[in-house]
Design a protein around this ligand. Structure first.
Ligand SMILES: Nc1nc2c(ncn2[C@@H]2O[C@H](COP(=O)(O)OP(=O)(O)OP(=O)(O)O)[C@@H](O)[C@H]2O)c(=O)[nH]1
Length: 512
């Protein structure tokens, strides 16, 4: 049976209209339930009528009655009119109407779209320059994948510090030149002496790469102690905007000497003096290391790799004092504090990331080596790039930057790719210093001790407890790593990745 068979069409029309306006009202339920939804919310009407047409619920912080019982509150309902106040005093009282400090949304959006940046409050500009957030890149760019092309090289040589660029300058078609900027610097005491941690932003990826600068002479406020030009970030020392105060500069790390409650001197943008250049030529070039992030090795002390040990050892080696040869003016030679830098790149797992590295470890437990495991997961054996490292070095005055304190560097590494990449990026490397794992150094030194009954112990077997005791006795710190996993890892690096590390033992037909 259809509806028209029981009701004339004009009645159907009326009923539908009524339902739309009032909602369904089943006849049977009328006596059983009272309707709970009012057709109009009286509170909403009262609030809107009291406050004017420009006020929305959001302006009231989601509350229609702010400051109830607190008549002074901005936007509060004037509850005092119920307290029998005199009419004359009431007329004098300031009306506490809510006035929005924000322009309507449409107007605000128009302002931004039309590029009327000047209308924005000053705080936003200050924040922008202080935080220096990288410009939004609409196109996803490859992060640090190896890309040392000629184009990259020319781009990176231009890289200095991020200029004040407006979003209108973002050009999606042409890749922007690589720019790095040191946002903050602070002193960190380490077991090897004080270092300065520098945090960098760049316009290529969203990672916070770092520079660990060893240059303790900077802590002295006496110029006599600073015979060599300081390793400082020119982007950090530059003046970021005319409104920046000395205190803002100091807080972001642009200070000289040792910061304390009684010593707070903002730095000036660096300029080289000719006398400093002369000194720089008579000392060995600063020692640097390009180190890649390794959560497992550095944070939880994994002994699958030597990354934690290498980071510690690099800071130790760079901190070693430099002895200059005797000169006619100084017959005993001069000793200077060690100086250099570790550039700490956030390229976990040789650039494949922690997730893939964890999976790769499981493949390694199944018998594959570190290279094959990467390939099985669809990665390259090494996906890292060193363009950002080179730009950071230049910013620190190491290499061929605008303000070089040293045109050359010595590099701590066994990895030939790093040396080649730095040279390609225009950083002159005068010397490569090897990083021999501490446990291998110890084995070399004590290899004869390990001949038991004329038979050599297997070097890939886990170290016996006496072995560990010997390492401790040999002065290896708790940072030294050793074990079967590490030996396999290092062996693969030598045999499959061309690392320039002397295998600690070679026998006829077998290399360990
Ligand atoms: N994919 C993968 N990455 C690893 C493994 N073990 C360590 N890594 C990563 O390898 C990188 C170690 O790099 P570096 O410390 O710069 O050293 P390197 O390239 O081996 O060269 P050196 O300068 O000689 O030390 C870090 O990013 C580690 O996270 C592994 O088994 N698989």
């Amino acid at each position: 049976m259809t509806l028209t068979q029981v009701m004339p069409p004009e009645d159907i029309q009326d009923n539908i209209l009524l339902d739309v306006l009032t909602g369904p009202d089943p006849k049977g339920a009328k006596t059983a339930f009272a309707r709970r939804d009012a057709a109009l919310d009286p509170l909403l009407i009262a609030a809107a009528a009291a406050s004017g047409p420009h006020v929305t619920r959001n302006h009231y912080h989601h509350d229609f009655f702010p400051g109830v019982m607190l008549p002074q509150a901005e936007g509060a309902w004037d509850w005092t009119r119920f307290t029998g106040e005199e009419a004359s005093s009431k007329a004098e009282r300031k009306h506490l109407a809510y006035v929005s400090r924000q322009a309507p949304r449409r107007q605000r959006l128009n302002t931004l779209e039309e590029g009327k940046e000047n209308d924005r409050p000053r705080e936003i500009d200050l924040l922008k320059s202080a935080e220096n957030l990288p410009l939004p890149s609409k196109k996803r760019r490859p992060s640090l994948t190896c890309s040392s092309t000629t184009e990259n090289k020319s781009r990176s040589t231009k890289a200095q510090h991020l200029p004040e660029t407006s979003s209108s300058q973002v050009n999606d078609s042409a890749p922007q030149p690589l720019e790095v900027k040191c946002l903050a610097r602070t002193r960190i005491p380490t077991p090897h002496g004080p270092v300065f941690l520098h945090l960098y932003h760049n316009n290529r990826d969203s990672k916070e790469h770092m520079a660990i600068v060893v240059d303790p002479a900077q802590l002295s406020e006496s110029h006599d102690d600073q015979l060599l030009p300081s390793i400082r970030s020119s982007s950090l020392d530059s003046v970021w905007n005319e409104n920046e105060t000395e205190m803002e500069r100091i807080i972001r790390g642009a200070y000289v000497g040792r910061l304390s409650s009684h010593s707070q001197h903002a730095s000036k943008p660096q300029t080289m003096t000719s006398s400093e250049s002369t000194w720089a030529e008579s000392v060995p070039p600063p020692l640097i290391r390009i180190h890649s992030e390794c959560f497992t090795g550095e944070t939880i002390g994994s002994m699958r790799c030597d990354c934690g040990e290498q980071l510690d050892e690099a800071i130790r080696q760079i901190s070693q004092p430099i002895t200059l040869p005797p000169t006619p003016s100084c017959s005993r030679g001069q000793t200077l504090p060690g100086r250099g830098a570790v550039i700490y790149l956030r390229q976990e797992g040789r650039g494949i990331g922690l997730l893939s590295k964890i999976r790769a470890y499981n493949l390694q437990d199944m018998g594959h080596d570190t290279v094959t495991a990467n390939l099985m997961l669809g990665h390259k054996a090494d996906e890292r790039g060193y363009e950002i490292a080179a730009a950071i070095l230049r910013d620190l005055g190491l290499g061929d930057g605008p303000n070089p304190i040293s045109n050359e560097v010595r590099v701590l590494t066994n990895n030939p790719d790093k040396v080649a990449a730095l040279k390609k990026e225009g950083i002159p490397v005068t010397e490569r210093m090897p990083m021999i794992p501490l446990s291998w150094q110890h084995r070399h030194a004590g290899s004869e001790d390990k001949i038991v009954g004329g038979k050599e112990q297997s070097p890939t077997s886990p170290l016996a407890s006496q072995e560990v005791e010997k390492m401790v006795a040999a002065g290896l710190s708790g940072k030294a790593v050793y074990g079967e996993d590490l030996d396999k890892y290092l062996r693969t690096k030598v045999l499959r990745m061309g690392h320039m590390l002397p295998l600690w033992m070679e026998e006829a037909g077998a290399i360990y």
